[in-house]
Design a protein around this ligand. Sequence first.
Ligand SMILES: C[S@@+](CC[C@H](N)C(=O)[O-])C[C@H]1O[C@@H](n2cnc3c(N)ncnc32)[C@H](O)[C@@H]1O
Length: 163
Amino acid sequence: MQIKLKPIGVVRNEFRDEIPAGWETALHRIVLDPQWTPALEGIEEFSHVYVLFWLHGIREEVRLHVHPRDRQDLPEVGLFCTRTPRRPNPIGLQLVELVAHEANVLTVRCLDALDGSPVLDIKPYLPAGDSAPAARTPAWLRKLWDEERLSSLSTSREQGCEK
Ligand SMILES: C[S@@+](CC[C@H](N)C(=O)[O-])C[C@H]1O[C@@H](n2cnc3c(N)ncnc32)[C@H](O)[C@@H]1O
């Protein structure tokens, strides 16, 4: 089966090639095609939304096993256990803070998409169904988080952004 996807908009920000340290505080604009403006009515009543985007610049081949964040000291795991951008379908999923809504433009924080990323969908975050406070996580991930808590990267998790 082949699936055709049509972008509904594009991400606009200052990140052309990489997402630098400090990304969690940057503001991004999600500019939707004006035909979708009516479909955003009421979105500002949500504080957070999910953004699904296409990792359009990915050229690297997909590997079935990866070291999380390319860290050789962490165990190799199956690619679906990670958020690696090198995926069979390079779809990015990010929970973002909705800062403003005007017409066809959303201003958001906590987005780890490069400038020009095609946007596939926007969905509201529904706390009752979307959060799992007792969720299980692997030891390697808890190690990463512990390290980040002790470093400057900790801001991203304090802000509620996860890359
Ligand atoms: C690790 S992926 C995770 C994306 C999303 N948060 C997720 O969990 O699906 C995020 C990284 O992908 C890369 N990236 C973001 N947008 C991209 C794009 N349009 N094309 C290629 N790489 C991109 C950046 O290096 C960014 O740090």
